[in-house]
Design a protein. Structure first.
Lengths: 398, 249
């Protein structure tokens, strides 16, 4: 009788214990390392790089030495073996200062490294993942096309099966890391009659003959992340570079994007948190009508709304990262995280500009740049509208 | 050659300082703890020396006098690159406890070079380094801004009024380091962070050094007065303010 009473109490105690919001010592150290690098190094030249739209080569090198490139790749393949929570913490801190550098990291880590580690053959991992795990080579993910952005099922880039190799022809658009990256994952159509079931994914070395880059896109924000169109003209790709079975490419791309969304959501979170920190600081220093901005309720309430939204996004992102780390499904959660974080980043950065007023509108005060950067998080790696399709489809599934 | 770096676990420099127990104790609630900044620079220099030594410096150890709560800070030192760590299990009640405990450990485990930060950013006593050297009967050099070792020749720059003094010394010795000893503290790498838990962190019993001081009461400094901005064209107003309000002219 006694044990029957004690047993349920014991079980509920265990359940209570597993709901744990605490970061490990390592998580805190990783967050601090990313914060230190961002505040000490990225901040120095972020305005200049934004103005000149220059690739942050030095920072890529330093972040590689610190182990951020390839941080989630297993140590077996030369990576850091970190979990997704660590990655989210790093992305947030780097993006508070410079989300253009952070997106180079995000594409490399969560789309390319993850994709090859999860679905690549041992030979593909040896050849391509090992140099990416150590950060020696950077990855790029080539899915979007001039007429296939959100509608990724209609790939016009063709991968013609020639037996020992595939022949790639077509154009990819809006490719992040197209220049800084060396290892491409290219999505292309092999069997047009099969629709998206005929699509394949290939690992392609950028130096393959037949690949050319269009000029750097002159973007509104994230200006020092290198974005190009990439043209394929009779580019030969060995058969052994195909990822998975024939026709696996579309599913592969969607799976990779499920995790990619966590990185971009964390980036949006960082942009918002960075703008909020600047708004809080400014409201404590600037006086209007004889008192500090922070003492005006109109401003204080704006700050409260920002704090709430940032914390909501952080929790949703960490939850989807936790699901991924624990082998649970995370596709819908990561869509929610990205949708919420990106829209919230747009709202929060716009309010930060409003709080700083005229100062907010000039480049020196950073928030206008953060606002320009926030906009892209609603567009790339699945627009906010696409995220709503993903979420609602899951909710309405019979 | 072995180097020991003494590290203090101190509140982050942006911490809001509060007191408890009738203002006799520092309130540690919700404080973020860090490696004392001078000690972190000392560690950075020790690692630079080891890396440039071609193997003649075999090990950099960090030591802390503190309770178990100091361990995240010690582990950060391991993540930055120290080879191993020692925690002497005692409350660092004052400089004498810290120096006494350190001396007890070093007597049984000799090192060639002992590095201490010039002061810790919590109590700013500037006492431990000198006291430690005296307790160990070792030579010490204070205000060290540069430390170089070439072919076992040790050269030290020491800041003095209006310039610097260049000294050489033999091991073992204690160096009390300050600004200049290293440019910037190192950011731990991901690999370093993952390795930190695998490196030895040896906890040793306290030797029982007694405090020699008692804190009667802490007081916060008066809040900073608001800054008055004077237009650069308006020198008259500046002079009037300095004369009438600040009363410095």
């Amino acid at each position: 009788m006694t044990s029957a009473i004690i047993f349920p109490i014991f079980v509920s105690f265990i359940n209570l214990y597993t709901m744990n919001f605490e970061f490990s010592e390592e998580h805190k150290m990783i967050r601090q390392a990313a914060r230190d690098y961002a505040q000490r190094e990225l901040l120095k030249d972020v305005l200049e790089r934004d103005a000149k739209a220059e690739i942050p080569w030095d920072h890529i090198k330093n972040l590689t030495e610190l182990g951020f490139f390839g941080m989630m790749v297993s140590p077996e393949w030369g990576g850091g073996g970190m979990d997704t929570i660590s990655y989210v913490l790093a992305m947030e801190e780097l993006s508070k200062v410079d989300s253009a550098t952070a997106v180079i990291l995000s594409v490399h880590n969560s789309l390319v490294c993850w994709g090859v580690e999860k679905y690549g053959t041992p030979e593909q991992k040896e050849k391509f993942l090992r140099p990416m795990g150590s950060g020696e080579k950077i990855g790029a993910f080539l899915l979007s096309e001039p007429e296939a952005g959100s509608d990724a099922t209609h790939q016009r880039t063709v991968a013609e099966d020639k037996g020992d190799y595939y022949l790639l022809n077509g154009t990819k658009n809006w490719i992040s890391n197209a220049n800084s990256g060396q290892i491409y994952i290219v999505i292309a159509q092999t069997h047009p009659e099969k629709g998206h079931h005929g699509i394949n994914a290939f690992i392609v070395d950028k130096d393959t003959p037949g690949i050319t880059l269009a000029p750097h896109e002159d973007k509104m924000g994230m200006r020092s992340s290198d974005t190009h169109s990439v043209m394929f003209s009779e580019a030969k790709v060995p058969r052994e570079n195909r990822i998975g079975e024939d026709g696996f490419g579309f599913k592969f791309a969607m799976k990779a994007l499920e995790g990619g969304r966590i990185g971009i959501a964390a980036q949006a979170l960082g942009i918002a948190a960075g703008a909020m920190e600047r708004a809080v600081q400014y409201s404590k220093e600037r006086k209007a009508f004889g008192k500090y901005l922070s003492h005006h309720q109109a401003i204080a309430f704006k700050l409260a709304d920002m704090g709430l939204k940032v914390e909501n996004a952080r929790n949703l992102i960490l939850k989807s990262a936790w699901h991924k780390d624990n082998g649970l499904s995370y596709g819908t959660l990561s869509a929610m995280a990205k949708l919420y974080a990106a829209d919230m980043a747009m709202e929060v950065t716009t309010e930060a500009v409003q709080i700083l007023g005229g100062y907010g509108y000039v480049k020196e005060y950073h928030v206008e740049r953060l606002m320009r950067e926030a906009k892209l998080t609603q567009i790339y790696e699945g627009t906010s509208e696409i995220q709503k399709i993903i979420i609602s489809r899951e909710m309405l599934r019979d | 050659m072995k180097i020991l770096v003494c590290i203090s676990n101190v509140p982050d420099t942006t911490t809001k300082i509060r007191f408890t127990d009738d203002d006799t104790r520092f309130d540690t609630a919700s404080v973020q703890w860090i490696i004392n900044p001078w000690d972190e620079l000392a560690l950075t220099r020790a690692l630079e020396l080891k890396e440039g030594s071609g193997g003649s410096i075999e090990k950099v150890t960090v030591v802390n006098v503190g309770p178990k709560e100091s361990e995240p800070t010690i582990r950060k030192a391991l993540a930055i690159g120290a080879d191993d760590a020692v925690r002497i299990d005692a409350e660092p009640l004052d400089a004498h406890v810290v120096a006494g405990e350190l001396a007890g450990h070093i007597r049984n485990n000799p090192y060639d070079i002992v590095l201490c930060g010039i002061d810790s950013s919590d109590y700013n006593g500037s006492l431990v380094g000198g006291m430690l050297a005296e307790l160990l009967d070792l030579p010490s050099v204070s205000s060290v801004s540069k430390l170089n070792i070439e072919n076992d020749e040790i050269t030290i720059n020491r800041e003095i009024d209006g310039g610097s003094e260049i000294l050489s010394t033999e091991t073992p010795f204690v160096a009390i380091v300050q600004k200049g000893i290293a440019l910037e503290p190192r950011i731990p790498s991901m690999r370093g962070i993952m390795m930190a838990r695998k490196k030895p962190l040896n906890v040793v019993e306290a030797a029982g050094a007694e405090p020699l001081t008692e804190f009667v009461r802490f007081e916060l400094p008066p809040p900073k007065a608001a800054c008055k901005m004077v237009d650069e064209e308006n020198i008259r107003e500046l002079v009037a303010l300095l004369h009438n309000e600040a009363k410095v002219l």
